[in-house]
Design a protein around this ligand. Structure first.
Ligand code: RIB
Ligand code: CA
Length: 313
């Protein structure tokens, strides 16, 4: 029985790669995909998501949720994704009519499939926080959250100690992390263990496939950006690893933690704070993935991308 999921994302190249994998994975039933501002402003995120879904044209079209107007997104410290968020892919605009707000789509999907849906969060947690604020009771309808974000030891990317997704909307991150919902956190140190070299470009599906076309146009940009901005010869795709964490949890080492998120520190806003004190009152509220079999995860990714290529010939 395919697993029912909602994918919330801020496409973004790694979001787009994860989406391509998910939409053609027989283990998943992608009920809805929802956009949020983050890598790009909200409207661009919605446009990218609509264009990606229209181009990929999966066997089962998911509902699409429109990103809410941006709040005060912090200045992006840097972007690996290019001005359009997809490495200059410049897909034709696809205005899918009748799209509803992301929070409404999340809320309706959870109510239609109570306690069956896993939400895979690949961007700032703004939509999830809004849906939970709209109707706090919906929390008990979520089967599990798999959240790409946070750090184990404060090795941040958006700041010295915070990952980009939590940094963009720390109040939303704190709201969601403190919700009494089963949740898995995929922090940067773990998703960053999976590094892809240039050889991946030879293993991507052919450009004649819809999946191959977008992958072969986006990933060279990501390699250039990693080299020019981060000085690294390989690429990491945090959202792709977060998706694999939802699909193949056996490839990851986990520990139960008491987690919270800093929302006010000048230097620490957005930091995932783990309380490691051994007290009688401690109540773990998240499974933190503290490591993975990086080679096996990378293999899962490549096999999934090849499958997506075959499905979009
Ligand atoms: O910190 C990793 C996150 O930042 C990923 O979701 C990536 O898409 C960027 O948004
Ligand atoms: Ca993302």
């Amino acid at each position: 029985m395919p697993r029912k999921v909602i994918i919330d994302c801020d496409p973004g190249i790694d979001d787009a790669v994860a989406l391509t994998m998910a939409l053609f994975d027989p283990r998943l039933e992608v009920l809805a995909v929802t956009a949020c501002g983050g890598n790009v402003p909200a409207d661009q995120a919605t446009g990218n998501l609509q264009s990606l879904v229209k181009l990929l044209d999966p066997p089962r079209l998911p509902r699409i949720g429109v990103a809410a107007a941006d709040g005060l997104l912090p200045a992006r410290p840097f972007s690996l994704h290019g001005s359009d968020g997809l490495g200059g892919l410049n897909l034709p605009h696809a205005n899918l009519h009748g799209a509803h707000s992301a929070e409404k789509v999340i809320w309706e999907t959870l109510r239609a499939h109570p306690r069956e849906v896993t939400i895979i969060a690949l961007g700032p947690l703004s939509n999830l926080s809004r849906a939970l604020t709209r109707d706090p009771a919906v929390a008990e309808l979520i089967h599990r959250l798999v959240v790409g974000g946070g750090t184990i030891h404060g090795n941040g990317n958006a700041s010295a100690v915070a990952d980009f997704n939590f940094f963009c909307d720390p109040h939303a991150a704190r709201h969601v992390i403190l919700e009494p919902v089963a949740k898995t956190l995929v922090p940067l140190e773990t998703s960053g263990q999976v590094i892809f070299g240039f050889d991946i470009l030879d293993e991507l599906p052919d450009e004649s496939s819809r999946a191959g076309m977008i992958l072969r146009r986006m990933l060279p940009h990501l390699f250039r950006a990693h080299r020019q901005i981060l000085g690294s010869e390989g690429i990491v795709m945090h959202d792709v690893v977060t998706l694999v964490a939802a699909l193949n949890p056996e490839l990851f080492e986990r520990t139960s933690v008491v987690a919270d998120v800093e929302t006010t520190g000048d230097l620490t806003t957005g930091m995932l704070v783990i309380d490691r004190r051994q007290t009688k009152t401690a109540r773990p509220n998240a499974d933190l993935l503290v490591g993975c079999d990086a080679a096996a995860v990378a293999d899962c990714v490549l096999r999934s991308l090849v499958s997506a290529g075959a499905a979009t010939e």
